[in-house]
Design a protein. Sequence first.
Length: 120
Amino acid sequence: MVNKFLQPQEIEVFYIIPAIKRELAISMKELGYKQKDIAKKLQATEPAISYYLASKRATEFKFALPIKKEIKESVPKIKDSKTLTAVIQNLLRKVNDSKATCSICRKKVLLEDDCNLCFR
């Protein structure tokens, strides 16, 4: 995808949401959840969870410590698909507020450092 212009929503879909799910999976595993239960809670397949836990998927984007903490604290809120959606949307807002998506955009689209297209 290098040199292909990505809309902010594409960056979220391709990079941020998978990274959120990866961090949620890791946090759930640390809390003692079984892999099949993590898959069910995150609306994902067991192989996807296995890849998240083995750092074979969604590794290009790294969260700042405050966001990682927020992700970990969000785990108990996930009860079903509605609460999962609410948690992910809340986390996406926080990631966007921090303009963290810019790091992916600079890396993949090779835009200049002072680009502010997404936050006008």
